[in-house]
Design a binder for this molecule. Structure first.
Ligand code: PLP
Length: 348
């Protein structure tokens, strides 16, 4: 197999483009722990502006930024409510408990859209027997529900409840860019419904590293200390921030292409016997294997042998993610490989 593999494991697999590498090479830098790195400063101001927040802070990862937010909003021995398939619940190594002494209270939803009513039912009664509810966490788009968009109206209802109850809201917006592109709702309108917002540069935007936490100025001042405490103080971080500025100029406007390709991948998948996929909101396609079909691990391994990488995502499911390193031809090859692999695995 001489052709380049089609890598749909995640939108994090992208490699910096030549233009991004030039931007990194030319970055103006300074020590961001002793003072301020000028390029990081520019990126932070720009992202704060896009999100309509006072300030933003660059973090090495989305996990660290999410956990800094949990640390800032909560007190040890309290509880944070999140959706049951949320990244903060499943994929952050119980950091909320480990770093902040906070218990996560997961609630279920259809497609990642937790209703305000569900959040209301999860709030503890404030008596002598229960922990205090100290935070609501939202995720938009919702990764493990297949890149679903949480509509801004839903967020507004959760926010109204949170305000009524005096509970802060953190938004894991690793892919908020995709939610904005797909819904036509501006980034700042989503961000207005949360106190703090995490956005990632290292997913659909094609950067090698980086996320930002945005929010009110006093909180983001404290986030600097939280980041340092978590080992995230970075020196000439402008080399990474330069990639972020490049991505906002060049890669943010093209996200719709990834969404179109994800829709094409889903409709191609629906034409393969034994497979199905819901039309995706954004760039994540959940591929369902019909009962009696191969295991996801088996199908994933078979695809890999034909140069198409798609990861299992729980029982009977694979997750394919489109991104800027997959073109139209790649989508065609992925559909052909799905069809051929299913043919081989299900033949007598
Ligand atoms: C929704 C969501 N939040 C947070 C993260 C964590 O980001 P990072 O891998 O940069 O720690 C991810 C990573 O895939 C994610 O999908």
């Amino acid at each position: 197999m001489s052709e380049r593999p089609i890598d749909l494991r995640s939108d994090t697999v992208t490699r910096p483009s030549p233009g991004m590498r030039d931007a990194i090479a030319g970055a103006e830098v300074a020590d961001d722990v002793l003072g301020k790195d000028p390029t990081a400063d520019r990126l932070e101001r720009r992202v704060a502006g896009l999100l309509g927040k006072d300030a933003a802070l660059f973090f090495p990862s989305g996990t660290q930024a999410n956990q800094a937010a949990v640390l800032l909003h909560t007190q040890p021995g309290t509880e944070a409510v999140c959706e049951g398939e949320a990244h903060v619940f499943h994929y952050e190594y119980a950091d909320a408990a480990w770093l902040s002494g906070v218990q996560l209270h997961p609630v279920s939803s259809a497609s990642g859209r937790v209703s305000a009513d569900t959040f209301r039912r999860a709030i503890r009664p404030g008596d002598r027997h229960h922990p205090t509810t100290s935070l609501f966490c939202l995720e938009n788009t919702h990764n493990m529900h297949g890149g679903t968009v949480l509509p801004v109206g839903d967020m507004r209802e959760v926010r109204a409840l949170a305000d009524e109850e005096g509970i802060p809201v953190h938004l894991d917006g690793a892919r908020l860019w995709n939610a904005a592109e797909a819904s036509g709702t501006p980034l700042h309108a989503f961000a207005a419904e949360a106190d703090t917002v995490m956005v990632s540069l290292s997913k659909g935007l094609g950067c090698p590293i980086g996320s930002l936490l945005a929010g009110p100025a006093p909180l983001i001042d404290r986030a600097w200390w939280a980041r340092k405490r978590l080992g995230g103080g970075m020196r000439q971080v402008g080399v990474l921030a330069a990639a972020g500025l490049y991505a906002l100029d060049h890669n943010l406007p093209r996200l719709g292409e990834d969404h179109d390709r994800a829709r094409r991948l889903a409709s191609g998948t629906n034409a393969v016997a034994g497979l199905s996929a819901e039309p995706p909101d954004t760039n994540i396609v959940m591929i369902r294997i019909a009962d009696g079909g191969p295991d996801p691990e088996e199908l994933s391994a078979e695809l890999d042998r034909s140069g198409v990488r798609i990861l299992p995502a729980g029982p009977g499911r694979l997750r394919a993610v489109t991104h800027l390193d997959v073109d139209d031809d790649g989508i065609e090859r992925a559909v052909d490989s799905l069809s051929a692999a299913m043919g081989r695995l299900t033949r007598g």
